[in-house]
Design a protein around this ligand. Structure first.
Ligand SMILES: [Zn+2]
Length: 176
Protein backbone atom coordinates (compact mmCIF):
# COMPACT_ATOMS: atom_id res chain seq x y z
CA UNK A 1 0.00 0.00 0.00
CA UNK A 2 1.15 3.50 -0.72
CA UNK A 3 2.05 5.89 2.01
CA UNK A 4 0.29 9.22 1.92
CA UNK A 5 2.27 12.42 1.94
CA UNK A 6 3.62 13.42 5.31
CA UNK A 7 1.73 16.30 6.87
CA UNK A 8 3.47 18.67 9.27
CA UNK A 9 3.52 17.03 12.68
CA UNK A 10 0.64 18.12 14.89
CA UNK A 11 1.07 16.19 18.12
CA UNK A 12 3.55 16.98 20.83
CA UNK A 13 4.43 13.34 21.38
CA UNK A 14 6.51 11.05 19.19
CA UNK A 15 4.51 9.60 16.30
CA UNK A 16 3.24 6.06 16.82
CA UNK A 17 1.06 3.41 15.15
CA UNK A 18 0.47 3.11 11.42
CA UNK A 19 -2.99 3.81 10.11
CA UNK A 20 -5.23 3.11 7.17
CA UNK A 21 -8.93 3.32 6.38
CA UNK A 22 -11.16 0.54 5.18
CA UNK A 23 -13.73 2.15 2.84
CA UNK A 24 -15.92 -0.95 2.47
CA UNK A 25 -18.79 -0.97 5.01
CA UNK A 26 -19.29 -4.73 4.82
CA UNK A 27 -15.64 -5.76 4.83
CA UNK A 28 -14.27 -6.82 8.17
CA UNK A 29 -10.51 -6.61 7.99
CA UNK A 30 -9.91 -9.85 9.85
CA UNK A 31 -6.46 -10.24 8.33
CA UNK A 32 -3.73 -7.66 8.10
CA UNK A 33 -3.36 -6.18 4.60
CA UNK A 34 0.43 -6.30 5.02
CA UNK A 35 1.36 -9.54 6.74
CA UNK A 36 -1.98 -11.42 6.48
CA UNK A 37 -1.88 -12.41 10.13
CA UNK A 38 -5.19 -12.33 12.02
CA UNK A 39 -6.06 -8.88 13.31
CA UNK A 40 -7.38 -8.14 16.77
CA UNK A 41 -9.18 -5.08 18.05
CA UNK A 42 -7.87 -2.02 19.75
CA UNK A 43 -10.06 0.65 21.30
CA UNK A 44 -8.18 3.88 21.08
CA UNK A 45 -9.08 7.60 21.04
CA UNK A 46 -8.60 8.98 17.54
CA UNK A 47 -8.07 12.67 17.03
CA UNK A 48 -9.90 14.00 13.99
CA UNK A 49 -9.72 17.46 12.49
CA UNK A 50 -12.88 18.57 10.69
CA UNK A 51 -12.87 21.66 8.50
CA UNK A 52 -12.91 24.48 9.20
CA UNK A 53 -11.80 24.28 12.83
CA UNK A 54 -13.10 21.36 14.83
CA UNK A 55 -11.13 18.77 16.72
CA UNK A 56 -12.89 15.60 17.71
CA UNK A 57 -11.58 12.96 20.06
CA UNK A 58 -13.39 9.78 19.18
CA UNK A 59 -13.05 6.63 21.24
CA UNK A 60 -13.09 4.10 18.47
CA UNK A 61 -12.40 0.40 18.11
CA UNK A 62 -10.00 -0.21 15.23
CA UNK A 63 -8.89 -3.50 13.77
CA UNK A 64 -5.29 -3.90 14.85
CA UNK A 65 -2.27 -5.89 13.67
CA UNK A 66 0.25 -6.13 16.46
CA UNK A 67 3.08 -7.27 14.18
CA UNK A 68 2.77 -4.26 11.87
CA UNK A 69 1.47 -1.90 14.56
CA UNK A 70 -1.30 -1.11 12.08
CA UNK A 71 -4.66 0.36 13.05
CA UNK A 72 -7.46 -0.01 10.51
CA UNK A 73 -10.49 2.24 10.87
CA UNK A 74 -13.76 1.62 9.07
CA UNK A 75 -14.44 4.78 7.11
CA UNK A 76 -18.23 4.47 7.06
CA UNK A 77 -18.43 3.67 10.77
CA UNK A 78 -16.26 6.67 11.63
CA UNK A 79 -18.30 8.93 9.36
CA UNK A 80 -21.48 7.65 10.99
CA UNK A 81 -20.13 8.65 14.42
CA UNK A 82 -18.95 12.04 13.12
CA UNK A 83 -22.34 12.73 11.55
CA UNK A 84 -24.05 11.90 14.84
CA UNK A 85 -21.85 14.36 16.76
CA UNK A 86 -22.20 17.14 14.19
CA UNK A 87 -25.95 16.90 13.70
CA UNK A 88 -26.20 17.86 17.36
CA UNK A 89 -23.63 20.65 17.29
CA UNK A 90 -23.02 22.14 13.86
CA UNK A 91 -24.92 20.37 11.12
CA UNK A 92 -23.42 22.67 8.48
CA UNK A 93 -20.05 21.04 9.04
CA UNK A 94 -21.43 17.61 8.11
CA UNK A 95 -19.73 16.48 4.91
CA UNK A 96 -16.72 18.77 5.35
CA UNK A 97 -13.21 17.56 4.70
CA UNK A 98 -11.68 15.78 7.66
CA UNK A 99 -8.36 14.28 8.60
CA UNK A 100 -7.64 11.63 11.18
CA UNK A 101 -4.47 13.01 12.72
CA UNK A 102 -3.43 10.44 15.27
CA UNK A 103 -4.20 9.18 18.71
CA UNK A 104 -4.65 10.85 22.07
CA UNK A 105 -3.16 9.49 25.28
CA UNK A 106 -5.90 7.71 27.13
CA UNK A 107 -5.52 9.44 30.47
CA UNK A 108 -5.88 12.82 28.78
CA UNK A 109 -8.74 11.77 26.67
CA UNK A 110 -12.09 13.48 26.76
CA UNK A 111 -14.52 12.36 24.10
CA UNK A 112 -16.36 14.83 21.98
CA UNK A 113 -15.94 18.08 20.27
CA UNK A 114 -13.05 20.33 21.11
CA UNK A 115 -13.06 24.03 20.44
CA UNK A 116 -10.02 25.82 19.04
CA UNK A 117 -9.13 27.06 22.53
CA UNK A 118 -8.60 23.42 23.55
CA UNK A 119 -5.89 23.04 20.95
CA UNK A 120 -2.99 24.03 23.19
CA UNK A 121 -4.35 21.79 25.91
CA UNK A 122 -4.74 18.69 23.76
CA UNK A 123 -1.71 19.03 21.48
CA UNK A 124 0.96 17.82 23.96
CA UNK A 125 -0.96 14.55 24.42
CA UNK A 126 -1.34 13.71 20.74
CA UNK A 127 0.75 11.27 18.73
CA UNK A 128 0.55 11.61 14.96
CA UNK A 129 0.48 8.33 13.06
CA UNK A 130 3.94 7.05 12.14
CA UNK A 131 2.68 6.20 8.65
CA UNK A 132 -0.69 6.96 7.12
CA UNK A 133 -1.41 4.58 4.27
CA UNK A 134 -3.84 5.10 1.44
CA UNK A 135 -7.24 3.46 1.83
CA UNK A 136 -7.44 -0.30 1.47
CA UNK A 137 -8.58 -1.65 -1.89
CA UNK A 138 -9.74 -5.16 -2.60
CA UNK A 139 -10.30 -6.85 -5.94
CA UNK A 140 -13.75 -7.51 -7.31
CA UNK A 141 -14.79 -11.12 -6.63
CA UNK A 142 -15.01 -13.35 -9.69
CA UNK A 143 -12.98 -15.55 -12.01
CA UNK A 144 -10.39 -13.87 -14.19
CA UNK A 145 -7.75 -15.13 -16.61
CA UNK A 146 -4.42 -15.69 -14.87
CA UNK A 147 -2.67 -12.97 -16.85
CA UNK A 148 -5.33 -10.35 -16.20
CA UNK A 149 -4.81 -7.76 -13.53
CA UNK A 150 -7.58 -8.11 -10.95
CA UNK A 151 -10.19 -5.35 -11.23
CA UNK A 152 -10.61 -3.29 -8.07
CA UNK A 153 -13.88 -3.23 -6.21
CA UNK A 154 -14.96 0.39 -6.15
CA UNK A 155 -15.79 1.36 -2.55
CA UNK A 156 -19.23 2.90 -2.02
CA UNK A 157 -19.41 6.66 -1.58
CA UNK A 158 -20.13 8.17 1.81
CA UNK A 159 -23.76 7.85 2.82
CA UNK A 160 -23.97 9.93 5.96
CA UNK A 161 -20.99 12.26 5.85
CA UNK A 162 -22.32 14.27 2.91
CA UNK A 163 -23.71 17.72 2.36
CA UNK A 164 -27.50 17.59 2.41
CA UNK A 165 -29.54 19.46 -0.14
CA UNK A 166 -30.82 21.69 2.61
CA UNK A 167 -27.30 22.78 3.51
CA UNK A 168 -26.30 23.57 -0.05
CA UNK A 169 -29.51 25.55 -0.57
CA UNK A 170 -28.73 27.52 2.52
CA UNK A 171 -25.17 28.27 1.52
CA UNK A 172 -26.39 29.35 -1.92
CA UNK A 173 -28.89 31.74 -0.44
CA UNK A 174 -26.35 33.25 1.94
CA UNK A 175 -23.99 33.90 -0.95
CA UNK A 176 -26.47 36.26 -2.61
ZN1 LIG B 1 0.42 -7.12 9.89
Amino acid sequence: MLKTKKKPQFGGMAPKHNFTLNPYPDLRVSRCPFCEKKTGQRKIPLLIHVDPMYLIALNYTCRYCKTCDLLVGNKHAIEHLLAKIFYETDSYAVGNEYLIIGTVEKKDWREGLHRPKDLAEIQPHVSDFAEYYEEIRVSRPGWYPADQELPMLEPPVSQEWVKTQFDSQRSNSTKK
